[in-house]
Design a protein around this ligand. Structure first.
Ligand SMILES: Nc1ncnc2c1ncn2[C@@H]1O[C@H](COP(=O)(O)OP(=O)(O)OP(=O)(O)O)[C@@H](O)[C@H]1O
Ligand SMILES: [Mg+2]
Length: 253
C-alpha cells in the first residue's frame, strides 16, 4: 500500500535546538495515526512541516505523493489542519468565518451552506452561529477552528491537540467525530495528543517521539508488548523514563 504520508530523515533545527531529528514516518492511507510525546518533543513542528507552513532544515516529506517543498499548494488543498494555537477573525460571525474559509478552498456555495449548518448542529453552536467570534468562549472558538479544518472535506486531517480547551462533553464529541471521520474510506487522520486514552481509542498506529526522535511506532498492542507493560500509559511512562505516581507512592500502602 502506498503511504499517504512519508518522511525521510526529516529534520528541523531552530538555531541550536533540534526540534525534529531524522524522522522517518510511513503512514498508510486511511489510518488514524497518533503522534505522542512530551512537551517540546517536536509534534507541532512535525505537523507544521507536513502542512507546508515551515520548511525542514533537511530531509524530505510527501503528503499524498506531493512534495511538501515543491507542491505546497497541492499539499494544502488536500489537507485540513487544526493548529495548536489557531487564529480567528474576531469581527466575523461563525457562519461568516466558515463561509470565508470554505471559499478559500473553493467549496461550491450550495455544498458549503449545507456543510456549515451540519457542523453547527454537530458542534452544538446553534443559536450562536450569527454572533461575532470575539464573544465566543475558548472552547467555542476551538470548535469553530475544528469546523474550519474539515469544511473542505480534506483527505488528510491534521489535528494538533483537538480537545484542548474543550469541556468533557465536547471532548467526547470530538473523539466521536474523529471516529466517524476515520470510518470514511479515504480519510487519513494525523493526531497529536497528550490524551493517551484518546490515542488508545482512536489510533490504528501510534508513534512516540522524544527530543525530535521517533522512539517507537506501532499499534497499541505492539507498543505494550515491546515495552513489557500493561497499558499505553505505562508504556509511555516507561519510554519516557518516568514512573506513575501510584507506583512512586507504593511505599505508603
Ligand atoms: N519557532 C520556533 N523557534 C524556536 N524554537 C522553536 C520554534 N518552534 C518550536 N521550537 C522548539 O522546538 C521544540 C519542539 O517544539 P514543538 O512545539 O514542536 O513541541 P511539541 O511536541 O508540539 O510540544 P507540546 O506538547 O508542548 O505542544 C521545542 O524545543 C521548541 O522550543
Ligand atoms: Mg505542540
Amino acid at each position: 500500500m502506498q503511504n499517504i504520508i512519508q518522511t525521510e530523515h526529516l529534520t528541523k533545527k531552530f538555531g541550536k535546538i533540534i526540534a525534529v531529528d531524522n524522522l522517518d514516518l510511513e503512514i498508510p492511507h486511511g489510518v488514524t495515526f497518533g503522534l505522542l510525546g512530551p512537551n517540546g518533543a517536536g509534534k507541532t513542528t512535525t505537523v507544521r512541516i507536513l502542512n507546508a507552513i515551515i520548511k525542514p532544515t533537511s530531509g524530505k516529506a510527501k503528503v499524498n505523493g506531493y512534495d511538501i517543498q515543491k507542491d505546497q499548494k497541492k499539499v494544502k488543498s488536500i489537507s485540513g489542519f487544526l493548529p495548536e494555537s489557531p487564529g480567528l477573525y474576531d469581527k466575523l460571525t461563525c457562519v461568516e468565518f466558515l463561509e470565508f474559509i470554505g471559499e478559500l478552498y473553493s467549496v461550491p456555495s450550495a455544498i458549503l451552506k449545507e456543510r456549515i449548518y451540519e457542523l453547527i448542529e454537530l458542534f452544538e453552536l446553534k443559536g450562536r452561529e450569527n454572533d461575532l467570534l470575539e464573544g465566543y468562549s475558548r472552547g467555542m472558538k476551538q470548535k469553530v477552528c475544528l469546523m474550519s479544518a474539515i469544511i473542505h472535506d480534506p483527505k488528510v486531517i491534521f489535528l494538533d491537540e483537538p480537545t484542548s480547551n474543550l469541556d468533557p462533553e465536547a471532548s467526547l464529541m470530538v473523539r466521536d467525530m474523529i471516529q466517524q471521520l476515520a470510518k470514511k474510506a479515504d480519510k487519513t487522520i494525523f493526531l497529536c495528543t497528550h490524551l493517551l486514552k484518546h490515542a488508545e481509542d482512536l489510533c490504528d498506529i501510534i508513534g512516540i517521539i522524544k527530543e525530535g526522535k521517533l522512539v517507537i511506532e506501532g499499534d497499541t498492542k505492539k507498543i505494550i508488548e515491546e515495552t513489557d507493560t500493561k497499558d499505553l500509559e505505562q508504556a509511555y511512562l516507561k519510554i519516557m523514563g518516568k514512573v506513575r505516581e501510584e507506583d512512586l507512592l507504593g511505599w505508603r500502602k
